[in-house]
Design a protein around this ligand. Structure first.
Ligand code: FAD
Length: 318
């Protein structure tokens, strides 16, 4: 069976959920070979093996932490040359997309970004993407070289599938560009205790209708009752009510959770661009004509100050 390279996103050996989802998708098209880089790379092996990785290629060097993406591209290219895979899968984070794009250029391959599903095809893997505010679903395949595909978080359910997960050291030699851009400072964000926005299974977002920074506490209370992340529209962010790191949309983050709850958000195209691939969409808006109702699975016409606390209370009482 053909091997499929899976780029591992991890923090000090703790594998992030989108990588486990990639392993599920990789098994549909071949045998997953994981590539884990940087501090804690070897510690990722048990989790990767549990989810289907037949092999885990690891490399650690100061370059991975001290410089931006190029050293990682050098390593992924080394893995590509060692394995000659049928496809390369990378999580669709900002960093993942840059790594994938640079690799595709280097190996002369086509690339598909932000896939939301993946299946085997007669002429190579077929990726599903969502376009124009979820108005269209497109299926495409790479027609040149080895397909390089980035996949959005929450595109597949994580499935356990124990495999060998044999750890092998990957030999990497860094090119001239590897040390071209140095990291000068890292500032950890204050933890809210909530899941990361782009990885959360549930996102509760607030918009201009929330009408003030202090009122976001009702959005947060609903989010906490569901174990969800909090998102915000640009209008709420521009008003200074919530941090830009929580903005969902074209100029914010793309999310694709199982459940997206939009409160006091009108549903502008730029907002939809960041949440249209959510599996189930619920909107709470007092205007029955708000465009957000065109794309929802469940719509509640009402004042969010009445509806959201009631929802929170109901969920908490269960
Ligand atoms: P509004 O459009 O003002 O909608 C507020 C909604 O709240 C209304 O529908 C209203 O009926 C409802 N409401 C009011 N009070 C209540 C209440 N008490 N209870 C229930 N409902 C209530 N936007 C993004 O979100 N993300 C982006 O990344 C983004 N990028 C952009 C990039 C560009 C280049 C441009 C031009 C725009 C971008 N925008 C983005 C802005 C976008 O066009 C909209 O202006 C923005 O999404 C509107 O935010 P909103 O829905 O919160 O506000």
């Amino acid at each position: 069976m053909a091997e499929v390279l899976v780029y591992v996103d991890h923090v000090d050996g703790a594998v992030r959920k989108p990588t486990l989802e990639l392993l599920t998708l990789a098994r549909r098209i071949g045998e997953p070979v994981a590539v884990a880089l940087g501090a804690g790379a070897e510690a990722t092996a048990p989790a990767l093996a549990e989810h289907g990785a037949v092999k885990v290629l690891t490399a650690d060097a100061p370059e991975f932490a001290d410089y931006l993406v190029v050293p990682k591209v050098d390593a992924l290219q080394a893995a590509y040359e060692a394995v000659s895979p049928a496809a390369v899968l990378v999580p669709s984070s900002a960093e993942g997309k840059e790594i994938a794009a640079r690799l595709a250029v280097r190996i002369g391959s086509g690339i598909i970004t932000d896939a939301v599903d993946l299946e085997a095809g007669d002429e190579g893997p077929v990726a599903t993407q969502s376009a124009f505010a979820a108005s269209f679903t497109t299926k495409s395949r790479v027609s040149k070289g080895t397909p390089v595909i980035t996949v959005k978080p929450n595109s597949a359910a994580v499935e356990a599938a124990p495999a060998a997960g044999t750890v092998e050291a990957l030999s990497v030699s860094f090119g001239e560009l590897a040390t071209g851009t140095k990291v000068v400072a890292r500032t950890p964000r204050e933890s809210t205790g909530r899941p990361e926005l782009t990885e959360a299974a549930i996102v509760v977002s607030g918009g201009r209708g929330v009408n003030g920074a202090e009122n976001f506490s009702i959005i947060e209370a609903l989010a906490d009752s569901l174990g969800a992340a909090v998102g915000a529209s640009r209008a709420a962010v521009d008003a200074g009510w919530y941090p830009h790191s929580n903005q969902v949309g074209q100029t914010g983050k793309s999310v694709s959770p199982q459940l997206y709850i939009a409160s006091g958000i009108s549903g502008a195209i730029q907002h939809r661009a960041g949440m249209q691939t959510s599996k189930t969409i619920v909107a709470i808006n007092k205007d029955a004509e708000a465009p957000i109702f065109e794309l929802v699975d469940y719509g509640i016409v009402g004042d969010l100050f009445d509806v959201v606390p009631q929802l929170t209370q109901e969920i908490q009482s269960r």
